[in-house]
Design a protein around this ligand. Structure first.
Ligand code: PMP
Ligand code: PLP
Length: 482
């Protein structure tokens, strides 16, 4: 993505951790640059020879865009093959002999090019020196990013949503870093509350330095399902800028932005008619407003293709991507060659950008149907005077708020006890929901309410209906003092 005419990103030396600043380039990977010299015989690197790779060809059956259904794929999908020497023999750009050998830890140049083009189509970062680097998914990428910016010896801390992705909290805690929660509404982080919290920061009372890292999930936040609108994102960016924070934008659900919910039995909102329509319907990423280069966007194929690919990518400034790469060189070494060659074949050579965006458009409509089925079940089976929710605009989660104050034991039993009672009763009647307390950012604070996270991603409409019926009964029983 080098872009002329745009300013360069700011430098972040002051925010990087000692660990990250200390990283030196990987000596052996640096030597790879000499391999470009024509006629050079390499006895230097430890690359095994591809003649000893026991894979000559892979074959896979995939959908032909735009007929993406499972049935269409089984009946009319195309079977494509990947050979060991397709570059030499079939004029291809990538093959098994390349993908299955060692490479740079950014992942292959072929896949990096596709992802750079994709980022330019979708995000258009407004500064010159942005780059992408492949990852082994956002879980690992977040762990690396946190270690790049946070130092326990500096008493660093991270600001995030009051209820946050539990795995992220479990990544932060053992690094010796504190996580602090900011209150939310149905558009996620509240910028004024963020600003107040940061302005009034007292390091002694808090036991940590004022957070200089914001970890946020702008679309379909896990667990609350909240989606920040465009203005909300601009306001959050402005507050982060005012307090010179670096933003880790975790966007696995960005492309699960759904059609607006117009109400039960209302006609569907018209679907995007073209790829351009679809792209302009998406709320801009924080990276799209990032004039300073203070955002790292974490993207992942997990929710839009397959979680088992263990493939994703980050977008950030050249300085930050270079530091990220230095870490990857001594950790994951980038995503698996099998994953890269398979996704490259599908995305670049078979679908192309247009086909991939059509796949994402199709996913939008599929998730809209699933969400609407869960909403219908909630409307049919939940006691509306006790349980409330807002229809999620993105992602796969719906956050159910239970009005604890109406509970007959509210005065003498804790929120946790009532949460536990409802959760156990749900399990007994055959439904698993996630407890709000699992996601509480500041575990030493009292729970701010009684919440349960449900997902519409996994179960059929019939199964969801039954599950919500069981959840509704568990809530009713508990509130009836049974
Ligand atoms: N340890 C040693 C001693 C090695 O020689 C190598 C490969 N050069 C590795 C680790 C890296 O192995 P892997 O490709 O499984 O990360
Ligand atoms: N970030 C958030 C907010 C998630 O909800 C998830 C998945 O549950 C992940 C990251 C994990 O993504 P990946 O599979 O790319 O590691």
């Amino acid at each position: 993505g080098p872009q002329t005419g745009k300013p360069k990103a700011k430098r972040w030396d002051n925010l990087l951790s000692v660990e990250s600043r200390e990283r030196k380039p990987c000596t052996l990977k640096q030597a790879a640059k000499h391999l470009k010299k024509p006629g050079l015989v390499s006895l230097g690197g430890g690359l095994p020879s591809s003649e000893l790779f026991p894979f000559a060809q892979l074959a896979m059956k995939v959908p032909t865009a735009p007929c993406f259904s499972e049935k269409d794929t089984l009946e009319r999908g195309q079977t494509i093959t990947i050979g060991k020497y397709d570059v030499r023999d079939r004029d291809a750009t990538y093959d098994l002999s390349i993908a299955l050998n060692y490479g740079q830890s950014t992942g292959s140049a072929q896949m990096v090019r596709f992802l750079t083009e994709h980022t330019e189509i979708v995000c258009k970062p407004p500064y010159a020196d942005w780059r992408v680097c492949q990852t082994i998914g956002s879980t690992g990428a977040l762990e690396q990013a946190l270690r790049m910016f946070c130092d326990k010896d500096r008493r660093d801390s991270v600001l995030t949503e009051e209820f946050s992705f539990s795995t992220a909290l479990e990544t932060i805690a053992p690094l010796g870093i504190k996580a602090f929660g900011c209150i939310l509404d149905d558009q996620g982080l509240i910028p004024e509350a963020m600003d107040d919290l940061l302005t009034q920061w007292d390091p002694e009372a808090r036991g940590a330095r004022k957070p200089h890292v914001l970890y946020t999930v702008p679309s379909g936040q896990n667990p609350t399902g909240a989606t920040q609108g465009a203005q909300r994102r601009r306001d959050i960016y402005r507050v982060a800028r005012k307090h010179d924070m670096f933003i880790l934008e975790d966007e696995p659900y960005y492309f699960l932005q759904m059609q607006p919910y117009l109400g039960r039995d209302q006609p569907d909102a018209p679907a995007p008619r073209s790829v351009d329509d679809f792209l302009s319907s998406l709320i801009p990423s924080l990276v799209s407003m990032d004039v300073d280069g203070r955002v790292m966007r974490l993207d992942s194929f997990s929710k839009v293709l397959v979680p088992g690919s263990r493939m994703g990518w980050v977008v950030a400034s050249e300085q930050i991507i270079e530091r990220y790469q230095r870490h990857a060189e001594v950790a994951s070494q980038g995503p698996a060659g099998f994953s890269q060659v398979i996704l490259h074949k599908l995305l670049d050579e078979t679908w192309g950008h247009e086909g991939y965006l059509r796949w994402l458009m199709n996913l939008r409509l599929e998730y809209t149907k699933k969400r609407n089925a869960l909403l219908a079940a909630c409307e049919d089976h939940l006691p509306r005077d006790i349980v409330s929710w807002s229809p999620p605009a993105a992602g796969m989660f719906m956050w159910l708020k239970v009005d604890y104050a109406q509970h007959p034991h509210a005065t003498h039993r804790s929120l946790e006890e009532i949460e536990e009672e409802i959760f156990t009763s749900c399990i007994d009647s055959g439904v698993l929901v996630a407890r709000g307390s699992w996601f509480l950012t500041e575990k030493d604070k009292p729970l701010p309410g009684l919440y349960f996270r449900t997902t519409f991603a996994a179960a059929s409409p019939e199964a969801m209906n039954e599950a919500i019926k069981r959840f509704g009964k568990a809530v009713r029983d508990s509130f009836a003092g049974k």
